[in-house]
Design a protein. Structure first.
Length: 612
């Protein structure tokens, strides 16, 4: 007995010490629109905090507490904030409610209301970022870097620079979304950005001193397009990827998809009197069509000597030397999780539903937010039902994970687009990662457990965002050691809006023991009229009654394919306007790639239907 009390006291002392060790960083942020001209081409409104944009970077140390009071300063939009890459796992309690995605782990923050994000960063270091998880708000600037410094960094450098890269649109996200998720865009062609930014500007320069080692932390904070990065006459030594230290790997060419981070060491030249180019180039294969006026690359400037001319753009022959993250090795050397206890297999498809809009699917289900945040459902359900996927609603793609299981997630791409998949609350081992199958008429190549395409790595790479290649597959493994409701989704924000998401309900019974909802959480739900108890359809009398559950639209009628739909839409117009010849000409071209055709079709439909 005595001994137990003594150990308990020692534990308490240790806990108190831990709590004292960290500093608290407090921020009060109010969202709002601010006029800016990031690319020098067009002034537009961006989403800033406290009237400021770009939003200042946040730097903290391992073990510190972060308190962000996020006030919704919009007139008419809900909001929320995600701490990308954080596990929210604390020694004594769970902090799933700090993760950010609305209707998954919290209620949306309504205009005028404030939600308090408050958690310590335990055992995580490196390069992270924060961004809105509502609508596509981060596309419009509601994002910034969050760096967790580590006293025991396993590499040395003289200076650090954080660089956010991303795509940039001239219209606000909600206007783009209306046009994108519309029956007038039946192929689901993604909105084409007008530009790419380098740390929220263009033609940027970084000053370099001779004989200096720089740590450059790159973060792709964009919505859609991945980017290549390379520097004239300098190499990059990769040392960290998504918060995971890696064995140093030297390369000349990086690739970052939205959500991904890479930190590299760059040693500057000794006798440098000239300046060099740091290039960023769009992965144009992600675009359905490349408009002639689109600038696919940007030259940024490494300045050794202010008096010397700036470098002009620097060409490379091909992108084939790009670092493949599958072959990187985490420094910690965690071995392959041998075999799995539970396998989740997800087939990615894009297709139209009966409303003519183009959606994205996992296993034929497109994510439709429930009426009650999934975390609330997990915490409020009768204990015997908390593990029943039915109560979470069929349109959230809920998978219930048992505590301690090795989970294998197989994602097969039946689409010819690239999709960077991001898992909240964990990082995962990349066990398989196929190449792209993107030649004309390529067939999807799903994962075949009996004949994997590559040898399983002994020490697989770990990260939190990984690119699924066109028609290819990825296989990921992680241990379900972090009770919570964790979103798994494509980080192309347009694709998330199309429904490319699933929800992992991890160890709900343990979660209920360790997650205590804050007053702020409850207040925000109350302002939005969200219940604190209920299944996905809002019922807490009969938990298996899902009447009124938000569901995906009905499929297109049988035999109604995309082509059929377009032909149908077109023939209606033809009937009305008798412009058969123009339309036939249009149809004889490849529909998929003919933007003009779409513009015309859209205009015709706009003109003929009074609905819009
Ligand atoms: C942030 O807001 C809280 C609550 O309104 C207030 O107590 C605190 O002083 C504010 N902090 C800063 C840094 O403005
Ligand atoms: C960036 O550089 C390009 C090419 O030199 C130039 O046309 C453009 O005006 C510059 N934009 C800004 C905002 O400096
Ligand atoms: C943040 O959380 C800590 C630990 O639960 C608590 O002591 C503190 O009062 C909280 N701060 C705010 C502003 O909610
Ligand atoms: C990038 O932008 C942030 C925020 O405006 C700024 O604090 C930082 O110094 C910039 N980084 C570089 C490398 O210029
Ligand atoms: C950059 O893009 C332009 C077209 O937008 C192209 O003419 C030029 O060759 C590209 N430069 C590099 C370095 O790829
Ligand atoms: C560096 O990465 C490449 C693939 O991008 C891989 O082939 C090589 O083995 C790696 N080298 C080391 C030392 O990790
Ligand atoms: C999706 O629907 C198709 C066609 O109805 C069917 O063949 C396929 O098995 C379904 N896939 C899954 C994973 O349910
Ligand atoms: C919540 O309900 C109240 C009373 O019915 C209503 O006045 C308010 O507009 C509702 N709020 C929201 C966000 O729907
Ligand atoms: Cu995607």
């Amino acid at each position: 007995m005595m001994l137990r009390i003594v150990t308990l006291l020692i534990d308490l002392l240790l806990l108190a010490q831990l709590a004292l060790a960290g500093k608290t960083h407090e921020f009060n942020f109010t969202t709002g629109w601010v006029a800016r001209n990031p690319d020098g081409v067009k002034e537009r409104k961006m989403i800033g905090f406290n009237g400021e944009w770009p939003i200042p970077e946040i730097h903290i140390n391992k073990g510190d507490r972060l308190i962000v009071r996020l006030t919704n300063g919009f007139d008419d939009l809900p909001t929320s904030l995600h701490f990308h890459g954080f596990f929210h796992r604390q020694a004594d309690e769970n902090m799933n409610q700090m993760d950010g995605p609305p209707m998954v782990t919290q209620c949306p923050i309504m205009p005028g209301d404030t939600y308090v994000y408050n958690f310590t960063v335990v055992n995580q270091v490196g390069t992270y970022w924060i961004h809105s998880h509502s609508g596509a708000q981060y596309t419009d600037g509601m994002r910034t870097a969050l760096i967790v410094h580590d006293e025991d960094e396993p590499f040395e450098y003289d200076e650090e620079k954080v660089i956010q890269i991303g795509d940039h649109y001239h219209k606000p996200y909600y206007e783009i979304m209306d046009e994108f998720l519309s029956r007038y865009n039946p192929t689901g062609a993604e909105p084409i950005p007008q530009n790419i930014l380098f740390n929220n500007t263009v033609n940027a320069s970084l000053s370099f001193k001779p004989d200096t080692v720089y740590l450059l932390r790159f973060i792709n904070v964009g919505n859609f397009i991945s980017q290549y990065l390379y520097m004239e006459d300098h190499d990059f030594t990769i040392v960290e990827v998504d918060g995971i230290y890696t064995r140093p790997n030297t390369t000349s060419l990086l690739y970052l998809a939205p959500g991904q981070r890479m930190s590299v060491l760059v040693r500057s030249h000794s006798h440098a009197n000239k300046n060099y180019a740091l290039m960023q180039i769009m992965d144009e294969t992600m675009l359905d069509a490349v408009p002639p006026n689109l600038i696919l690359n940007r030259t940024n400037h490494i300045i050794y000597n202010e008096d010397a001319p700036r470098a002009s753009e620097y060409y490379i022959d091909s992108f084939s030397a790009v670092t493949n993250d599958f072959f990187l090795t985490p420094l910690a050397g965690k071995e392959l999780l041998s075999d799995y206890d539970y396998q989740i297999s997800l087939d990615v498809k894009m297709d139209n539903l009966g409303d003519g809009k183009n959606y994205a699917f996992f296993n034929n289900i497109t994510y439709v937010a429930p009426k009650v945040p999934t975390l609330i459902t997990a915490l409020s359900a009768p204990e015997k039902l908390a593990k029943n996927p039915a109560i979470y609603g069929e349109n959230v793609n809920a998978f219930v994970l048992e505590h301690g299981e090795v989970i294998e997630v197989v994602v097969n791409n039946y689409d010819d687009g690239r999709h960077p998949f991001h898992l909240h609350g964990h990082n995962f081992q990349i066990v398989q990662k196929s190449d792209a199958f993107d030649e004309d008429d390529a067939e999807p190549v799903p994962y075949n457990e009996m004949a994997p395409l590559m040898p399983y790595p002994d020490i697989p790479m770990q990260r939190d965002t990984v690119v699924l290649e066109p028609n290819g597959h990825i296989v990921l493994r992680f241990v379900a050691d972090n009770p919570g409701i964790w979103f798994f989704h494509c980080h192309v924000d347009w694709h998330l809006e199309q429904g490319l998401a699933a929800v992992f309900v991890e160890a709900p019974l343990l979660l209920r023991e360790k997650e205590v909802l804050s007053q702020s959480f409850k207040d925000v739900c109350s302002t939005g009229n969200y219940t604190l108890s209920g299944n996905a359809a809002g019922h807490d009398d009969d938990w298996l009654n899902l009447a009124g559950l938000p569901r995906q639209p009905k499929p297109l009628p049988d035999g109604f394919t995309l082509k059929g739909y377009i032909a149908f839409a077109v023939s209606c117009i033809v009937g009305i306007w008798g412009i058969l010849t123009i339309v036939q000409y249009g149809l004889s071209e490849s529909l998929q790639n003919d933007l003009d055709m779409y513009q015309n079709l859209k205009k015709l439909l706009d003109d003929t239907s009074g609905e819009r």
